[in-house]
Ligand binder design. Structure first.
Ligand code: PA5
Length: 411
């Protein structure tokens, strides 16, 4: 069984969806044709560089042998995909995988001091992921961790513990890689950060964590092949477009806390792809059942500016049977069954007040199905963006705060 999309609870009449189907399929055709700039991810599952892929696996094996923990330095599209997969599939990882921690995704001294302290007590390697090499957060973290590596291991050994993923030929990181002789992989030119998880950007840290990247790519390939043949996949993009006419916010809801960073990845994917020219849905995420106890009131009775996307893991990797002391309603039941009762109950309650709901069912949290889900959401996002009339692959607005911050630093 594959990923399944349930659009029956969106409240959108079938004929409205059908009315836009050909436009969505035309957008899909444009994406597949490769004529759009930065659409290198579209055919990637079919055409990725097999030699580079084997090199990634070999270097990941080297990292696994060399250290017990890997510090992955990067921000935005240069780390969210890897973190999403590693945290969601931790249960599925091979024990030979290294422990992965993330740095350079914020400007907090407290965060980095704690992580440096943690790393100082372990045998570590560093993987720095930055296309430009000049992004402030990873540049600061890389300087700190390089300093630590040199003090701990000496300059030669430090060099052999640094792995880089960066531009093929330009930028300060590429210059440093070439000068210092770090082992490196390339961030492809035709793929933006938020679509790059299935390139070395995501694959190297994911493989080092002990997650089967062959299976991840096979899942992405199966989604790549079924997209365009399965109307429910393009229909989801159409539904999002239609809902964006009356709603301002879309919420991604999950019932497995390990999906927290997958939701963060989704927020960047949709927010950065569609939020431009005064258009786009504001992507938000909620972790259930925890957030039902904080946001449940708003969802049930507040201003209905949103619709919901429920990410439903049909078979979680483990379960627990509740003991007698849990009380008559719960005793003897499995905790997954209670979680499912919550999911079904929330959908019924929210539908009763007219909230549009899309359910995305993932059979299991495995690399294969995760690969399907990654490709599926990337394609959905790109198609909805094209239906909205925006370029889903640029992000001109992210420069605004950076130039103001630079002025502050130069004062
Ligand atoms: O998706 C994007 O393009 C951004 O999130 C970038 O990945 C992020 O800003 C990091 O950039 P760089 O890889 O150049 O350090």
């Amino acid at each position: 069984m594959d990923l399944r999309i349930d659009l029956l609870k969106t409240g959108i009449p079938e004929d409205e969806i059908k009315g836009l189907r050909s436009e969505a399929l035309a957008a899909y055709g444009d994406l597949k044709s490769g004529k759009l700039e930065f659409s290198g991810w579209v055919n990637l599952p079919e055409s990725y560089d097999k030699k580079e892929f084997e090199d990634i696996i070999a270097i990941a094996d080297e990292i696994k042998k060399k250290c017990e923990a890997l510090i992955v330095i990067g921000i935005g599209g240069s780390y969210l995909g890897a973190r999403a997969v590693i945290e969601a599939l931790a249960y599925n990882a091979d024990p030979s995988g290294v422990e992965v921690r993330f740095a350079g995704n914020n400007m907090s001294a407290v965060y980095h001091e704690e992580l440096l302290d943690w790393a100082s007590k372990r045998d570590i390697c560093v993987c720095v992921v930055s296309k430009s090499g000049t992004t402030t957060e990873p540049a600061m973290a890389f300087a700190l961790f390089k300093d630590m590596l040199i003090k701990k291991y000496g300059i030669e050994e430090a060099r052999s513990r640094i792995y880089a993923v960066t531009d093929a030929c330009k930028g300060v990181m590429r210059e440093e890689v070439d000068k210092e002789g770090y082992k490196s992989f390339v961030v492809p030119d035709d793929t933006g950060g938020r679509y790059s998880v299935l390139t070395p950007v995501g694959l190297l840290p994911i493989a080092a964590a002990g997650i089967d990247i062959r299976s991840l790519m096979e899942g992405a390939l199966s989604a790549c092949k079924s997209y365009g043949q399965n109307a429910s996949l393009t229909d989801y993009a159409v539904c999002r477009y239609l809902l964006s006419q009356s709603k301002q916010i879309e919420i991604f809801e999950y019932y497995e806390p390990s999906l927290q960073y997958f939701a963060e990845w989704l927020k960047q994917l949709f927010g950065e792809s569609e939020g431009k020219e005064g258009k786009g849905l504001f992507p938000a995420s909620l972790s259930f059942s925890a957030d039902l106890h904080s946001m449940g009131q708003f969802l049930q009775e507040g201003n209905q500016i949103f619709f919901e996307n429920v990410i439903d893991v049909l078979n979680p990797p483990t379960d627990l049977i509740l003991p007698d002391s849990a009380g008559s309603l719960l005793a003897g039941r499995s905790i997954n069954a209670v979680n499912r009762a919550a999911l079904n109950g929330v959908i019924a309650a929210h539908r009763s007040v007219g909230i549009p709901i899309v359910k995305v069912e993932i059979p299991e949290l495995t690399p294969y199905f995760f690969g399907q889900m990654i490709y599926f959401f990337e394609m959905t996002c790109a198609i909805t963006g094209l239906l909205m009339g925006v370029d889903p692959f640029n992000q001109p607005g992210v420069e605004g705060y950076k130039s103001e911050m630079k002025k502050e630093l130069m004062k």
